[in-house]
Design a protein around this ligand. Structure first.
Ligand code: CA
Length: 372
């Protein structure tokens, strides 16, 4: 063994001596070095579009933080110009803009692309699905991210989870919800699968952008709306248009937000810049969830004490019925789309285990905390 190493070392020395006497040999390592430093000296000017209104707190604010952090960490080598929804492309064209390479990056919610990719909804939130903690566990450590990347692959887009709202509120209603019958004929702004469940309960889901909600509710065009949580709902002034504020947000128990990266643009990056994006992504995700939690708890108090909002819990019977209808909606959607079924099966398997663990961890602790 020792002899073999000695022979190898001697061969290397011999090659080294040989290179020294050869012009081409000395030029080659130098050229490689130059290429490597040219690579790390290369700067990138990227564009990023989002589905959010300009200055939208936490959402757009988080994305701008993310871009600023990347610029600092890369010493200016990756400079991302962020555009809010409508500034460069309409909000709901964010996915297409990234897919077509019009821009390198995007931020939004995967359920916005349900018309194009029905299974994408699992990567934001589904009725009675995982909460923020569960979503993070499924995506990062439970195989969810691989499934997500698989369904975006043909579109030339690489997704990353970037931010989570935490459990949302059930929404604003202009009447009390005492039974499932109160949902019949109810016109409510509620997106995605939650809307399909409301329709199965006899209601009418309405889709509209954030900017139109207040006026529609105030004028009676809609009877109810969900938005986000106390902090964003208070800002939108929804308490002035409806009296009853219901919980929990059964339809959005922990909405994961997404970073979209154009696959070709990603491949053009040096490994250190890829690592910087990933690090800034994790850091911003943590910041966003912390902000939602901290700002919501203050806003809930404000809504109750300053605006005298009636905060109500949905009756158990209503929740039971919505849960039953959700299961039916999942079966119907699974029958229509093979990817939806595949991802629903994987999601459900993870959630079953997660629920069992939650019952003896978070849930049991919550019960202990509330015992008198
Ligand atoms: Ca919502």
């Amino acid at each position: 063994m020792k002899n073999a190493f000695r022979t190898l070392a001697m061969m290397l020395v011999a090659l080294g001596i040989a290179s020294c006497g050869n012009n081409q040999g000395t030029a080659q390592p130098g050229a490689e070095k130059a290429a490597a430093s040219a690579d790390t000296a290369k700067t990138y000017k990227w564009k990023m579009v989002t589905t959010w209104p300009p200055n939208f707190p936490i959402f757009q604010e988080g994305v701008e933080r993310f871009a600023a952090q990347i610029k600092t960490m890369s010493n200016g080598r990756l400079d991302i110009q962020v555009y809010a929804g409508g500034e460069l492309v309409p909000p709901l064209q964010t996915f297409d803009a990234v897919s077509q390479g019009t821009v390198e990056l995007g931020h939004g919610g995967a359920y916005y692309w349900a018309g194009k990719i029905p299974a994408a909804q699992f990567f934001t939130a589904i009725p009675f699905g995982l909460n923020a903690q569960g979503m993070r566990a499924w995506l990062v450590s439970g195989g969810g991210l691989e499934l997500w990347r698989e369904i975006y692959k043909d579109h030339g887009v690489i997704p990353f989870p970037l931010g989570n709202t935490g459990v949302q509120m059930g929404g604003w209603f202009n009447k009390e919800i005492n039974s499932v019958d109160d949902l019949k004929g109810l016109k409510m702004r509620i997106p995605g699968l939650g809307g399909k469940v409301l329709a199965a309960a006899g209601g009418t889901p309405v889709l509209m952008a954030g900017g139109e909600i207040y006026t529609a509710l105030e004028r009676g065009t809609i009877d109810a709306t969900e938005w986000v949580g106390p902090f964003h709902d208070e800002r939108l002034g929804l308490y002035r248009a409806a009296k009853f504020y219901y919980y929990p947000g059964w339809h959005e128990p922990g909405s994961e937000l997404e970073l979209l990266v154009n696959a070709k643009a990603w491949e053009s990056l040096t490994p250190d810049l890829k690592a910087i994006i990933e690090a800034a992504n994790y850091s911003t995700s943590l910041w966003m969830l912390a902000e939602f939690e901290a700002r919501n708890l203050d806003a809930l108090t404000k809504l109750q004490t300053e605006h005298h909002v009636q905060v109500r819990e949905f009756p158990d019977d209503v929740i039971r019925e919505l849960k039953k209808l959700s299961a039916r909606v999942y079966e119907e959607e699974s029958a229509k789309d093979a990817n939806f079924k595949k991802i629903y099966d994987a999601y459900k398997a993870f959630q079953t285990k997660n629920d069992a663990w939650n019952n003896v961890s978070e849930q049991a602790y919550r019960k202990a905390l509330n015992l008198q």
